[in-house]
Design a protein around this ligand. Structure first.
Ligand SMILES: *[C@@H]1O[C@H](CO)[C@@H](O)[C@H](O)[C@H]1NC(C)=O
Ligand SMILES: *[C@@H]1O[C@H](CO)[C@@H](O)[C@H](O)[C@H]1NC(C)=O
Ligand SMILES: [Ca+2]
Ligand SMILES: [Ca+2]
Ligand SMILES: [Ca+2]
Length: 398
């Protein structure tokens, strides 16, 4: 008796077609492997698919760090935040691009809306894209813009405290902060042009209102909810009724201001948002249901996630804030934790420094030598994209 033939299965293959299947499979794998460009930092030269990419900041301050001032939230700010440029030369190029974009956005305000200006704005856009292409070609040309040479030149400017041949998190944070402050000042000075019609370097509250009325609220950089007289007054550090350049910068970036009047106003706003019974301070209940979760976890590096909603922990934190132990947190008592509620450039500068160091610190001593930096340039020149499609970057600017 012969055994019954095995049941025919639909997927049954002859030895040959099985072999073919394996070969095809192997070829596909091989293809995938060769098209995959590993994310290793290039040594010496520019990686094949690496391209430095300029990032003009969004010129509208409504999406900048200052916009979170009234909302008290920090999620939105984080989304819109751009990294501080590591290299002042790149920063300079980005500022130029950003200025162009800004001019385009405010073309109507700056040049009036007579006939033919629509064409002018288009012309402007073309010029801008031309700039972008040329500048990106420049920074991606090893001959003209050599990352190793750039880092060699910058290293002694960062390694300052102490000058020991190592860049620490603190040193890199300070450096990043310097770069982003310069950016911020540049943006504020530019924005001020919209209000300072006679160019005397100061603006009054009347100037703001006039500009807002003129634009009918069409332009999003005007009419922030927080552009209130109270905010203006707090920004006027010397109290002369006008904002000069520095005061105007504080006005646009309250989270980064060191003006005590602004700090106090921000605290007041935080209290107001959560002050259910309207006594101008927070009792434990108002604190616990409105503020605690925002503060908790930001300052304690080892904050335990299981402590979220833990009343015992919240009470401890509350009594720490309540310095005069009157059972309430006042606007002044909120000052020490204001940083946790309004993410400032300081916060981002440190975050960025920590990240860059973690990327480049090959020997894990939490500081960088010149060699470590040169070997990992893209940890600092963060505006980099892996792309072999040259047109890729144009999509971003539509
Ligand atoms: C702002 O200051 C001006 C001039 O001192 C004053 O008249 C005005 O009432 C102040 N406004 C607010 C909201 O504090
Ligand atoms: C709250 O945290 C404290 C201190 O860590 C802990 O002893 C307690 O068990 C926690 N309570 C709850 C309900 O998780
Ligand atoms: Ca002033
Ligand atoms: Ca108190
Ligand atoms: Ca190191």
């Amino acid at each position: 008796m012969t055994p019954p033939p095995p049941p025919a299965t639909a997927g049954r293959k002859s030895p040959f077609s099985t072999l073919l299947l394996y070969v095809t499979f192997a070829l596909i794998i091989l293809l995938l492997l060769t098209s995959y460009s590993p994310r290793v930092p290039p040594r010496g030269g520019r990686g094949l698919h690496r391209r430095l990419k300029l990032h003009p900041r969004n010129p509208s301050p409504s999406s900048g760090a200052g916009a979170g001032a009234a909302t008290g939230g920090n999620g939105a700010q984080q989304q819109h935040h751009h990294a501080a440029p590591f290299d002042p030369e790149i920063a300079e190029l980005e500022r130029r691009l950003e200025d162009k974009e800004w001019e385009r956005e405010h073309y109507r305000i700056l040049h009036g809306d007579g006939e033919g200006n629509g064409g002018g704005a288009d012309e402007h856009m073309k010029e801008w894209e031309e700039f972008l292409r040329e500048d990106e070609d420049f920074i991606n040309d090893d001959e003209r813009f050599n990352l190793g040479d750039r880092i060699r030149a910058l290293f002694p400017k960062i390694d300052l405290a102490p000058q020991d041949g190592f860049v620490s998190v603190d040193e890199l944070t300070r450096w990043n902060l310097e770069q982003s402050r310069a950016d911020q000042l540049h943006r504020s000075a530019r924005e001020m042009e919209l209000y300072d019609k006679n160019g005397d370097g100061i603006v009054s509250y009347g100037d703001f209102q006039a500009q807002r009325d003129e634009s009918h609220g069409e332009v999003n950089s005007l009419g922030f909810p927080w552009w209130k007289e109270e905010h203006f007054n707090a920004s006027d550090a010397d109290g002369d009724g006008f904002l000069n350049k520095a005061e105007f910068n504080d006005f646009l970036n309250p989270s980064d201001s060191e003006n005590p009047k602004i700090i106090n106003l921000l605290c007041k706003q935080e209290i107001r948002q959560r002050d259910k019974d309207g006594d101008g301070k927070l009792n434990f209940d108002e604190y616990f249901h409105g503020l605690h979760d925002h503060i908790h976890g930001y300052d304690d590096e080892n904050a335990d996630i299981s402590h979220i909603g833990n009343i015992t922990v919240a009470k401890e934190r509350f009594s720490k804030l309540d310095k005069d132990s009157d059972g309430f947190v006042s606007e002044y008592e909120l000052e020490p934790v204001l940083d946790k509620l309004h993410l400032s450039e300081r916060y981002y500068a440190r975050q960025q420094a920590t990240h860059a160091i973690s990327e480049a610190d090959k020997d894990h001593d939490r500081r960088l030598t010149l060699e470590e930096m040169i070997e990992n340039p893209y940890a600092f020149y963060g505006s980099v994209f892996l792309s072999d499609d040259e047109d890729y970057f144009h999509d971003e600017f539509r």
